[in-house]
Structures are given as structure tokens and as C-alpha cells.
Design a protein around this ligand. Sequence first.
Ligand SMILES: Cc1ncc(COP(=O)(O)O)c(C=O)c1O
Length: 380
Amino acid sequence: MNDPLTPYGNRPMVTPIVHAVNYEYRDFEVLRKITDGEIDGYTYHRDDNPTVRAVEKKIADMEGAEDCVVCTSGMAACALVYLTYLKAGDHLILFHDVYGAHYKISLILERLGVEITWLGADQSAHLNQYVKANTAMIFLESPTNPQCKIIDIAAARRAADRSGALLIADNTFATPFHQHPLRIGAHMVIHSATKALGGHNDLMAGAIAGSKADYDKLWFTRQAIGTTLDAYSASLLERGLKTFPLRAERMAANALALATWLSSQPKISRLHYPGLTNDPGHKIAQRQMQKGFGGMMAFDVGLSQDDAKRFISSLRVIVHAVSLGATETLICIPYLTTMLYLPPERRTSFGVAPNTVRLSVGIEPAEVLIHDIEQALMQV
Ligand SMILES: Cc1ncc(COP(=O)(O)O)c(C=O)c1O
């Protein structure tokens, strides 16, 4: 029987958006083959969807993984990993400098009996000291959110191997254009695909790339709890992936130009961008990143939060908004946004100040961005 979508065998240029929730079984033998995994077939959206599957294969390719599970958000991806691999009595090592919502998940995990050690990114050099017999997982970001600190992924893997722990790397800030954590020691790599992979502030998705065995385990959890991405978002994500390398290259070039300029500005302090040769993470970043250092940076503006607020309110091109990795340059004060739900003392205990801003550099001309920052700094 001809496929109604490709009646002459000609392939559509875009993966069709399949909105169906359920699929007709042609006969019981087909049902058996699908349920026994003999053929790639579809039965129910919570199990799988062809539009989602197409984008999973593309992200797996980008990360050098055997397969990939795509789900409803970056935090859903993190939760899938925690739920799939941790049990009561296990020990999890997390870094303070990870996306703020991990703190909320940590409260849930502790309620379920998981023991958690929080480390500063600077303690990663001595990670061995914190690994215990029951350490089952080390979860890291590099560069970290929001301070853009660098963690040595290969060294973290050596530490994880002491107890047979899984090493999970959130690659959202680095992106697969610049960094492939699976090649340097991570067991699984996570993305908030809401960010640079999608790239246009118009979809929310998460991804976990790893081995085929991990795909099977994560698929089971996703199917059980129902966090399969919808087909329309998957199609938007697939569209974003087509221009992702171009956008990533431009963002990194823009970010390096901006960071270099910012580093000579007297009203800017504690600038963190791993591409700067004097950045404490530069040497390790050079080893584990390629083709540039991404589009994210963090710095302090003036002397107080009021200074940082005045600066942001004076920007005309750069947009005051959360999220990152978009075509537009975005700026926010993590203390007031991504870290809002941390207890107040936790918000500053690992280096973030009330006047720290996080900048996600977009694809506008670099000189336009520099000019915008220059005129806004005059108001500080
Ligand atoms: C590094 C990182 N990981 C995960 C997430 C969560 O992603 P999402 O907002 O798609 O759930 C974010 C969100 O900002 C992030 O910055």
C-alpha cells in the first residue's frame, strides 16, 4: 500500500506533523511485532510519535549518541534521569551552580530517600573526596548556570568511576556545536532544547542522549509518567536544528567580541566567560570545547542591584527576559529570576551577587550589542 504522505515515493522536505494520539493496527501480527519491538511502529502518543522520533534521531547524531529521548521540557529531562536511575539510599552529587529548579527537585528526591551533597563548582577539582560507596550519580553543567564556570568532565568521570556512579552532563549552555560530553566521559547528556537547539523562544522541550540501553530505560519512565513531547513542538524543534550550527557559531563569535569589550569596562566586574584567556576555566574549556566557547556569560554591574536594574532598564536592543540560546540577546538578574525559589541565603552562598547579570548573546551584529551596552552603562 502506498504511503498517503508520499504517494509517488517522493520524500517531503519536512517531517510531517503527526497529531494522532492513537494508530490503527492493520492486523494482530502487526500489533505483536510492535509490542515485541520487531518493527518500529506506533500505537499511542504517550509511547512514541513519528515527528518526535525524527527529532530524537537528529539530536542523538549531534551528540554522538546511540539514541535520544525527547520530552516536554529540560526539567522533565532532568526528572526522567533522576527517577530512572536513583532509589532510596543512593547518594547524588549536585553542584550549587546548576539551573535553580534542581533545588526544587532535590527537595522531592530527599523526601524519597535520596541523599544529596551540594558542591561549589570550585570544589569539582576535589570531587574524589565527596564520592562515597553509595554515590550513584554526579550531575553537572559546564559551563554552569548562571556563573559560566567550567567543570572538568573527564575528571568528574574518573571520580564517578570510584563508586560506579553515572555521570550526567547538562550541555544546554555549551551546546553540541562546542562540546560533546559523551566523548569525554559523560554517560548521558541532557538538553533544555527550549534553548539553543530550538533557538526561537517558541517551544519547550528536553532531550537526553546516551546509549541504546539508556534509551530503553528512559523511554520506560517517559511512557509511564507521560512526558512525551507534542508533535507540533517536535516539528518546531526540528526546524530549529536546521539553523542551529549557524546560530551557535555566530553567538559564540558575538559573545567573545562582547566579553573582550566588557573586560575593559570600569563599571563591570567579575566577568565570567570561558573564552577569555584570563578566565579561571579557560584552560579546561579549551580542552573540552571546540569552535568557540558558547554564547553565555555572567558579570556584575556597578556596585548594587539598583545599578544592575538601571543598566537593564536602559537597554534598547537587548531584551530583559529569562531563558537563553535564542536569536535575540537576552539578559536577566539570576538573583531575581532563575534563583528566585532558592532560600535567600542559598542565592548568594556560591558566588552569585544581587547585581550579577546573565547575558545570553544572540545573532544580532556584535557592534549593535556593544553600542547598546555602552549607552546603558552610562546610566549606571
Ligand atoms: C542549563 C539548564 N538546564 C535545564 C533547564 C530547564 O529547562 P526547561 O526550562 O526547558 O525546563 C534550564 C532552563 O533555563 C537551563 O538553563
